[in-house]
Design a protein around this ligand. Structure first.
Ligand code: PGA
Length: 250
């Protein structure tokens, strides 16, 4: 059975004391539900302390980025082994902000994805179309293309090591959310593509989560859809109460 997941992507928004406050507040109000995997993604400098604070709390800690090499002369970069050595549980790869502002293309994203999976490091892999693609009714083609250039180049896919996050760019940080029907339609499409590529069993066991302006008042309707297995939450994850309300709405 695939997992339900709610992951908070803090982006570049909180410093050390704010990160600690967020974690402590989440821990106070979070009543552990074994059916939902809860994750937070703090910034690199705070990952070690965050993972220590989350030990035993059943809250996973994710990195927001990783390098596509295992070791070496790559100034300013962070490797999978470094993240593993401080008990980070996985990494977000392919976020539209990395694609757009840091020009991470499908080739680089594939290398990051591939090296992570080869090293048994769980990946939360983001795909999603622009507003222009959506307006031209190009969104199916766009996500298919993104998958073909990245995930579908992996031959042996283990669903426990990969989560796909569908995040329409027009919904990220804009207050515009995909309707539950729009989310379901494309999540089902993605699952069908997974099934064609890897078979029904793998498709049925791969979590596909939705991201883009999810708030406590919109989460339930989206999460209720059959092929939506949770959410990747940006803005609302910076409020412990909103974040936990979103977790509870699964
Ligand atoms: P948002 O961000 O919830 O603020 O739209 C989502 C994301 O970027 O993952």
């Amino acid at each position: 059975m695939r997992k339900k997941i709610v992951a908070g992507n803090w982006k570049m928004n909180v410093d050390l004391s704010e990160s600690i406050d967020l974690i402590e507040s989440i821990k106070k109000i979070y009543d552990h539900n074994p059916d939902v995997e809860v994750c937070i993604a703090p910034s690199f400098p705070f990952l070690k302390q965050s993972s220590e604070l989350c030990q035993g709390e059943k809250i996973k800690v994710l990195a927001q980025n990783v390098n596509d090499n295992l070791k070496g002369a790559f100034t300013g970069e962070v490797s999978i082994d470094m993240l593993k050595s401080i008990n980070v549980d996985g990494v977000i790869i392919g976020h539209s902000e990395r694609r757009e502002y840091y020009k991470e293309d499908d080739d680089l994203l594939f290398r990051k994805l591939n090296i992570s999976l080869e090293n048994d490091f769980k990946v939360y892999f983001c795909i999603g179309e622009s507003l222009e693609d959506r307006d031209k009714n190009n969104h199916f083609e766009k996500v298919k293309n993104q998958l073909e250039k990245t995930v579908f180049k992996i031959n042996n896919l283990y669903p426990e090591n990969l989560v796909i996050a569908y995040e329409p760019i027009w919904a990220i940080g804009t207050g515009l959310t995909a309707s539950p029907e729009q989310a379901q339609e494309i999540h089902k499409y993605i699952r069908n593509l997974l099934s064609e590529r890897y078979g029904k069993n793998i498709a049925d066991n791969t979590s596909i989560i939705y991201g883009g302006s999810v708030k406590p008042n919109s989460a339930r309707e989206i999460f209720e859809k059959e092929d939506v297995d949770g959410g990747l939450i940006g803005g609302a994850s910076l409020s412990p109460q909103d974040f936990i309300d979103i977790v509870r709405s699964i």
